[in-house]
Design a protein around this ligand. Sequence first.
Ligand SMILES: *[C@@H]1O[C@H](CO)[C@@H](O)[C@H](O)[C@H]1NC(C)=O
Length: 332
Amino acid sequence: MKLISSVIISIILFILIMSNVDCQRKQSSNAGGISLGEKVQQLLDWNAKKSILRLNGHKFKEYVKSSPRNYSVIVMFTALQPARQCVICRPASDEYTILANSYRYSSVYSNKLFFAIIDFDEGSDVFQMLRLNTAPVFMHFPAKGKAKGSDTMDIQRVGISAEAIAKWVQERTDIQIRIFRPPNYSGTVAVIMLISFVGGFLYLKRNNLEFLQNKQLWGLMSLLFVFAMISGQMWNHIRSPPFVHKSQNGGIGYFHGSSQGQLVFETYIVMVLNGLVVIGMILLTESGSQNDARKGKLMAIIGLIFVAVFFSLLLSAFRSKAHGYPYSFLFK
Ligand SMILES: *[C@@H]1O[C@H](CO)[C@@H](O)[C@H](O)[C@H]1NC(C)=O
């Protein structure tokens, strides 16, 4: 018995070893198609024409996935075809282009780091291989070893601006890229137009400048400023988060599920809710100074309802993000 079983085991082992050898031979013949020097030269040649290398599944395997490799590759996985309905892919790819150009024409440019892009419609096999089901995704493929968790950029947290990507690239590769943005004059033009508009308005009204002392006008302007600030518009401006996103059950998610991030649409909702609470407050304070008692009462009741209902909504929006926050009012 013993003899037979040990013979069987050694046969199985032999088969396993042989198949392993076979497998290794296949791999080496695959990688042996083109040497490291040729690969680097080819990448440099492509880079001479374009600062971002467009890869398909085949090129990805040849230049990014297979060893040996002595260079890092940053790959942006994206879906630029309109049919894919990826709203932030376009701005993200514009930012990525700014970064790649800044690198390509700077003094730190070398054969240590390359920027590449893979569109879903040209390399869906790569998406499948890496189990990607969203876009855009930025990944770093290091020169040595396998990509780790932190080799995928956390877009939700840091955003998609060229500066944010450059910071992440520096963390991963120690290569510091200074972003050079093509000058954009639209801001300057807008400021000049605003100044001339306001100046012209004041000039026309020069005999009657009393409106400048209008408390309500200033009050309204300050309120708008406060709403914009407390609803996180500045955060949106800096981090450029997506407008909405796909929720787990396939619908559209209007709220970012954690207090670490936010969506643009969500900040509009928060701004409107804050506005409605303030309208309720104004109704309440103004109700006391009404000459008509019934009108004052009505205003007080409506004001109270506004404050209670919209504050509760604001609270539940907050609860849905800050998990474990214990308090709620009217609504869960
Ligand atoms: C990578 O290897 C190739 C071929 O040996 C060489 O030409 C190139 O300079 C190397 N790159 C780096 C960053 O060392």
